[in-house]
Design a protein around this ligand. Sequence first.
Ligand code: IMP
Length: 180
Amino acid sequence: MLEKDIEKILVTNEEIVAISKRLGKQITEDYRDKNPVIIGLLKGCLPFMAELIKHIDIYCQIELMGVQSYHGGTESSGNVKITKDLDVSIENRHVLIAEDIVDTGKTINVVKNLLKYRGALSVEVVTLLDKPSGRTEDFTPKYIGTTIPKEFVVGFGLDYDEFYRNLPYIGVLKPEVYNN
Ligand code: IMP
């Protein structure tokens, strides 16, 4: 049903699983004995975080934070709103933020600065997708799944107007979907 709205697939489900395995292995090596807290940014992180943590083989904890930067459209609003805060203290903890996509870099910079201010020992970012051409802030994620061109994508957690998050791959919508 959803597939009829998709113009092309950019990253297949098989590729996402392979990416998650690679990143999970790297994170396992880098965070051995560090007991990190992996913080997913809702809601887009959910499918990627679920896939990624299957491939992380160390003691770690999972937390979620709600942040919103897009408000129904396809352009970043620039306003980052915390819609659900953490339930735990991250003071003296190594933190790894799990994101679906880094575009302008505004969301991640706001969250990173907040967590550092709250006393995290280190704050790094793992993102499924990186869209460096959209960047307005100086920021490079430590762990990047794959780099995509400056296109608005949906699927595997990413939405257009809160829809399409449940697609098992990353795709580009047909232009007529925006015009409806
Ligand atoms: P940034 O603050 O501009 O880096 O945007 C990060 C957030 O914007 C992501 O967590 C997504 O929720 C959203 N976003 C950025 N690019 C896209 C896209 O191509 N499709 C859907 N959501 C996007």
